[in-house]
Design a binder for this molecule. Structure first.
Ligand code: SF4
Length: 376
């Protein structure tokens, strides 16, 4: 397959593994955070950790959009269906993520709420057009990658004069989360020697927004593609920076990412959204200027204003280590619920649900599943 097989070539993978092994200094430890859940899954799916020298470890980051959504925001969405009878539309992964008191969107749907899974914002527009008698709310989540399509949908709804569509905006921003992770370093956090920067996010925002990482924190960044050879080449680039004391943002994913990103998409986002002063992230707490809300010009399309509800702070499930995993402090197998009470069929936390979650990656691709007798 053109442009895919080339990035999964076994011979090249062996050569890259040998180059990494030759480059690492056996006297030091390399701790590299992959910010993005897509990288976590690539690392497990292709056995990349096993190809690395023992003193090079991956640390999983918070870059899974479903995982970082705090329970209170899910509670808010579910409350809108109960209290205002809205039709709530969202992407598939979110349907099974536990909210407070073991509630989920799927359970709310089973209990009679009108909750619908969509594949794109165009599906949401179609539902609003087809059913003018219903108030349709799009539960929008994701990093900068999924934000431009939401902006397009909002502009389209305004242009068409759709009065029954609104957006519950939970779009979050990558650079503030990276900053939070780096500021957590120390006894409360995790020491990092390098960062594999997100690829899809970077196609939108470019490489420039990461400049603060080497400048302020002395940690090198390599923007890495999602294919196995992308990840391995990016690791080699990071190792070379670390060994020589270089510290900068490099771009391995140059076939898709530029320095300034997708200018049109950024303009669209800036025209529709404003930065929230503060927003809660699961695992990271409230981070300043880390998320988006609809701009005042689009207040009439803002579900938070149109359908106000009161929710308490979310109640995390006892024993779930998602917050520590999202901060890079623990691995999924360090959670005592992993593979016992918590499996993909019966997830206790978002990290086991999402296709980008670290627990789902461990469960799906690692051979050392616990032998509790309950596992598939
Ligand atoms: S295994 Fe389940 S309960 Fe444990 S951290 Fe992962 S999602 Fe949470």
């Amino acid at each position: 397959m053109k442009y895919l097989d080339e990035f999964r070539d076994r011979q090249l993978a062996r050569q890259l593994a040998a180059a990494i092994a030759a480059a690492v200094d056996p006297g030091r430890e390399y701790r590299l955070m992959e910010f993005c859940g897509g990288h976590t899954h690539a690392i497990f799916r292709y056995g990349i950790q096993q190809l690395m020298p023992p003193n090079l470890r991956f640390v999983h980051g918070p870059g899974c959009p479903v995982c970082v959504l705090p329970m209170a925001r899910l509670d808010q969405a579910i409350a809108m269906t109960h209290e205002h009878g809205v039709t709530l539309c969202t992407y598939g992964d979110l349907m099974r993520v536990p909210a407070s008191r073991r509630q989920t969107l799927l359970k709310a749907k089973a209990a009679g709420a009108d909750v619908r899974m969509v594949y794109s914002t165009q599906d949401v527009l179609r539902i609003a057009r087809d059913e003018p008698g219903r108030q349709v709310v799009f539960l929008a989540i994701g990093f900068e990658t999924t934000t431009p399509p939401t902006a397009v949908a909002i502009l389209q709804a305004r242009a068409e004069g759709l009065k029954n569509l609104s957006v519950l905006c939970n779009h979050v921003l990558t650079p503030p989360a990276l900053r939070a992770i780096l500021e957590l370093a120390g006894p409360e956090g995790v020491r990092l020697d390098g960062i594999l920067g997100p690829s899809h996010v970077s196609t939108v925002i470019g490489t420039r927004p990461y400049a603060f990482v080497p400048h302020e924190f002395g940690v090198p960044v390599v923007i890495a593609g999602f294919e196995p050879l992308d990840v391995m080449q990016s690791v080699l680039m990071l190792v070379r920076q670390i060994n020589t004391g270089r510290c900068e943002v490099e771009n391995q994913y140059s076939r898709a990412v530029s320095e300034s990103g997708n200018v049109r998409a950024l303009e669209l986002m800036a025209s529709v959204f404003v930065t929230r002063p503060s927003f809660e992230w699961r695992g990271l707490g409230f981070l300043p200027e880390s998320a988006l809300a609809l701009a005042e010009d689009y207040a009439d399309l803002d579900a938070e204003r149109r359908f106000p509800v009161r929710v308490e702070g979310g109640h995390e499930i006892k024993g779930c280590e998602c917050p520590a995993i999202l901060r890079g402090l623990k691995e999924p197998t360090e959670c005592r619920l992993f593979g016992t009470l918590c499996t993909p069929d019966n997830p206790m936390g978002a990290c086991m649900v999402s296709s980008e979650g670290a627990c789902a990656a461990y469960w799906g691709h690692r051979s050392h599943r616990p032998s509790s007798g309950r596992n598939p």
